[in-house]
Design a protein around this ligand. Structure first.
Ligand code: GTP
Ligand code: MG
Length: 293
């Protein structure tokens, strides 16, 4: 299956169906409901519908294809400033992956490491989640699959000290990219945020000239929950980009529209499955085309 087909199949449940003959209030209500069901959020949905209604009136739109085209234009507009480039120019570039447990951080690291490695980049990954032995084992497995070097510590070792070692190694080995895994759940939220800040400090101190990204990984199937996760991580860690996982089979793909409209933090990648090549660079046009049919 090609990239677009996979995306389209994944977003099947989010899909907003626009098979209609008459452009009337009932159609607008139906569309509004679809957008809300897709987790675009009430406010964002209302903005979209009102813009669409204005256009229909202003441009005297009577044709269903034109309505569809205009809705696509409105949605594409939401993403027009989205910068899907991963900024890894100054090496060793550091990508810190953060997010709640189960969001897909470790899996996404494996997929991205594989991708960058296939592009000829030298990648090192760091097991910054030292709180569970299984977390390190899982990352080890991904390191093998992606054929990249892993830096790990002992169980319960201070995660920042693992990151410190990884920064040193990345520099010594002249790596292009260092990707750091982190824990999703610690004793409490404050403790987690403190750990993440500590790791960021170590990275800044060890690799001051390097490009840096702090990527928040969000599970699309959690819908509106993703919004509150973004709010709390943004406050504490300065998020530079997002990865939205589990778009395959999710009915809540519209949450990307809400996230982008409300936060304007670039969506870098989307996860569309559990396999190593199930990660795509986010392309808003493809996304919009996949959900509007
Ligand atoms: N279907 C699907 N499953 C995914 C995707 N990304 C991750 N997963 C699955 O989600 C589960 C959790 O992923 P992890 O990568 O372990 O999540 P994590 O954020 O590292 O979780 P913690 O280490 O507990 O903080 C795993 O079973 C993954 O296979 C995706 O894009 N699609
Ligand atoms: Mg993990």
């Amino acid at each position: 299956m090609g990239f677009f087909d996979k995306l389209k199949k994944g977003l099947e449940k989010t899909k907003i169906n626009l098979s209609f003959t008459k452009i009337d209030e009932a159609l607008m209500e139906e569309l509004e409901e679809s957008l809300i069901m897709a987790d675009c959020g009430i406010e964002v949905t209302e903005q979209i519908i009102s813009e669409l209604k204005d256009d229909i009136k202003k441009n005297k739109i009577t044709d269903s294809d034109e309505v569809k085209a205009d809705l696509k234009r409105i949605l594409n507009e939401v993403f027009k400033e989205n910068d899907s480039m991963l900024h890894i120019e100054n090496k060793p570039a550091v990508i810190l992956m953060v997010g709640v447990n189960g969001a897909g951080k470790t899996t996404s690291i494996g997929k991205i490491a594989y991708k960058l490695n296939s592009e000829g980049k030298k990648v090192v990954i760091a097991a910054g989640d030292t709180f569970r032995a299984a977390a390190v084992e899982q990352l080890e497995e991904w390191a093998k699959r992606a054929n990249v070097q892993l830096i790990k510590g002992r169980e319960n070792q201070d995660p920042s000290s693992v990151i410190f070692d990884a920064c040193r190694t990345a520099k010594e080995e002249n790596a292009d990219v260092l990707i750091c895994d982190t824990a999703g759940r610690l004793q409490n939220k404050k403790y987690l945020m403190d750990e993440l800040q500590k790791m960021k400090k170590v990275i800044d101190r060890e690799l001051p000239q390097s490009s840096k990204e702090t990527i928040l990984v969000l599970d699309a199937s959690t819908g509106q929950n993703a919004v509150s996760q973004l709010e709390s991580f943004k406050e504490c860690t300065g998020i530079t980009g997002l990865i939205i996982t589990k778009l395959d089979g999710s009915a809540k793909g519209g949450v990307l529209i809400r996230l982008e409209k409300e936060f304007k933090i670039p969506i870098k990648y989307i996860g569309v499955g559990e396999q190593i090549d199930d990660m795509q660079e986010f392309n808003s046009e493809e996304f919009v085309n996949a959900i509007i049919d």
